[in-house]
Design a protein around this ligand. Structure first.
Ligand code: KIV
Length: 305
């Protein structure tokens, strides 16, 4: 009896002495703190001022967020595109604030546990900021308390005062113009925006007003390359992040599943499958970071209009 107790405790001790691996092999259990400095608003501003391209990818869970961070992606967007890629919806319109809160918390947890340094952006979903500035603040607080450093919201014009209201209350904001997926039904589909003189002028005006209201980033989606380059030059302290907007923006963003070639439908023109030639997901993300930094992705005329 005594011998078997001794054997059992010896086995426990041996198990404890073994290097621990997490079950399901996802995150490093207790990695040493990263040598990289955490991304911050001043650091992102510095990159913008110095003309260093900013890299952004979407992520919706702990593991992909930790891998993207380790690959050197500076900004992770918990996008409401999760409606399509995680929930199987046909648009982002059906995504709720509670779903965004849950995924933001998952990503924040992954970054925390892996000692990640990425800047985390939570997307305010359809209907969570449309009623009033106060509603927008309540929704933003939910995402910030789930671990976001910044919130993103779509549209110009009426959103400008909402952006100002949030920024005045210490919430960094990323705006989003061009193709705004939450209004896909009003826009009549996923189409390039700002093609006419009138719509281009409106986009220029809205971008400038959003900067004045305090937005520190602006996603430009499916906007002609020449127009987004012009808007980028005109904005001095708001960094444009393009998706289908050419290579003249201050940074780039792609939806994770698209850039990993996990799109079962027709790939959008602005997507490149970075798994081509990569032997791992991390390798694909590193290739994306390199290509954005050295300006080889996107290519105007291939990935943009
Ligand atoms: O929801 C999302 O992923 C986005 C990006 C496409 C910019 O808004």
């Amino acid at each position: 009896m005594t011998a078997s107790i001794n054997n059992a405790s010896a086995a426990d001790a041996a198990a404890q002495a073994m290097p621990t691996g997490t079950p399901y092999g996802t995150l490093p259990p207790a990695s040493t703190p990263s040598a990289r400095k955490p991304l911050s608003l001043p650091r992102l501003r510095e990159m913008h001022t110095q003309g260093e391209k900013i890299t952004m990818l979407t992520a919706y869970d702990a593991t992909f967020a930790a891998v993207a961070d380790a690959a050197g992606v500076e900004c992770i967007l918990v996008g409401d595109s999760l409606g399509m890629v995680c929930q199987g919806l046909s648009s982002t319109v059906g995504v709720s604030l509670e779903t965004m809160r849950y995924h933001t918390e998952c990503v924040a947890g992954g970054l925390r546990r892996s000692h990640g340094v990425a800047w985390l952006i939570g997307d305010l979903p359809f209907g969570s900021y449309h009623e009033s500035k106060e509603q927008a603040l309540r929704s933003a607080v939910v995402l910030m308390q789930a671990g976001a450093h910044m919130v993103k919201l779509e549209g110009g014009g009426w959103t400008t005062e909402t952006v100002r209201f949030l920024v005045e209350r210490g919430i960094p904001v990323c705006a989003h113009l061009g193709l705004t997926p939450q209004t896909v039904h009003a826009l009549g589909g996923y189409r390039v925006q700002g093609k006419t003189d009138e719509s281009a002028a409106q986009l220029r005006r809205e971008a400038s007003a959003l900067q004045d209201a305090g937005a520190s980033m602006l996603v430009l989606e499916m906007v002609p390359a020449a127009l987004s380059a012009e808007v980028t030059q005109a904005l001095t302290h708001c960094a444009t992040i393009g998706i289908g907007a050419g290579n003249g923006t201050a940074g780039q963003v792609l939806v994770l599943h698209d850039m990993l070639g996990m799109n079962l439908g027709k790939m959008a023109k602005f997507v490149h499958n970075f798994m081509d030639g990569a032997s791992s997901v991390r390798g694909a993300m590193e290739a994306y970071v390199r290509a954005v930094k050295d300006g080889s992705f996107p290519v105007n005329g291939v990935h943009a209009w």
